[in-house]
Design a binder for this molecule. Sequence first.
Ligand code: SF4
Length: 71
Amino acid sequence: MQCELLETCGFFKEYQGTLDLACRGFIKTYCKGPQMNECRRKEYRQAHGKPPVTEMMPNGQTMPKEYRKND
Ligand code: SF4
């Protein structure tokens, strides 16, 4: 069971290898888990016809600066 957007999702691509526990939790719960259809990134993509910024997390909040990979 995994999200159908896994291959193209910026968040997943960027953070799939992270060791951060909170982030791993999101991936486990949303990207590869029961809440995949409640993902705010997915919602955004459907509403806007394009993916959100990479730093938007599945719960719709922005990744805190200290956890970002590109800052
Ligand atoms: S963040 Fe959302 S859209 Fe991206 S792979 Fe995970 S569940 Fe799918």
